[in-house]
Design a protein around this ligand. Sequence first.
Ligand code: RNT
Ligand code: ZN
Length: 417
Amino acid sequence: MKENLIQKAYEIAKERYAAIGVDTDKVLNQLQDFHLSMHCWQADDVKGFEVQAGAMSGGIQSTGDFPGAARNIDELRSDVLKAKSLIPGSHRLNLHEIYGDFKGKVVDRDEVTVEYFQSWIDWAKENNTLLDFNSSSFSHPKSGSLSLSNPDKGIRDFWIEHTKRCREIANAMGEAQNDPCIMNLWVHDGCKDVSVNHALYRNLLKQSLDEIFTKEQPMMRDCIEGKVFGIGLESFTVGSHDFYTAYAAQNDKILTIDTGHYHPTESPADKVSAVLPFVKELMLHVSRPVRWDSDHVTIMDDPTQELFFEIVRAGALDRVHYGLDFFDGSINRIGAYVIGSRSAQKCMLRALLEPTELISKLELAGEGYKVLALIEEQKAMPWTAVYDMFCLKNNVPVGDEFIAEIEKYERDVTSKR
Ligand code: RNT
Ligand code: ZN
């Protein structure tokens, strides 16, 4: 798109927003400060690079076999950089433990050390990227249905050791980048069918977490993620939303809200103001559940938009971390990253452009219809001109121009894999 057109449109938008008390220049700066934590696992359908990697398990599934998935660490790095070059702003990269640089060695999960992440730390530094981290309980012979809540002490201890080591690695990443590395803990633990031992499993999970978190790791932060159910574990989930909300509140942990981890009619957005009086910070896993936790690519749908509105309206911008978590293997994976990231940004932009103070005053004064009117009017305000300006300022393609770039990369790189 022509630069002067984008500028003209932006000037008009700026005036329209100024008329309702919104400063678009300030919002552009706020958006620049909005950093996504891009998940590495969209690039290869959550396979990772363990030499001994087996089939995917743990209740998650990536469907589709679009050609060009990253097969090794170099391909994944190149894909992530390509995607980043098409997303305005600066963004973190979120690694799972199974994405270590194992250099052809079989390294079991209870043996992993920071040495296998040194090349990631170096790469991140070279590419001006901050890292986040995850322990990986799935796709392993000891995953079964229960990991940290397994009554078998041997298996439980194996996963406790793994998770402790992951915290060490996250802490080392945090030290190296001089910015705390955020480590997410999600385990798939659950039951396929009826069980009379719910309390036993939950008590064991609590005990395991207590042990894992004993050691202070000053340059990392822990976040914990619950869910409704995993495939093959439909009847019961040990780490439910209530379990982790209570644990986070009691133990000062960051609570992860994955938008696919609630009942289909439950609103993840509504969790924000409900838990913020009790937990200091939130981590988001922005995803898109289609009928279940299908992890479709994030789009600007109502639940996602509502989530970002709730964060801004709660004045909680500095208390939320913004992870993405989708993995669609049926479409071009770079395209998936770019669409999902840009859509999350657009939702945040629209939330930042809302004249919340004005609407809030009207609401408190009992001016019901005006509240509704203003909220409806916002939907047709020229926020797109502000996003185009944001792309222009960040030197990335404006509008659908990124498609041509992805096509070229597909032609030159991913289609040859
Ligand atoms: C699974 C959780 C979890 C994973 C990643 C791979 O339901 O959402 O966050 O998607 O850790
Ligand atoms: Zn998640």
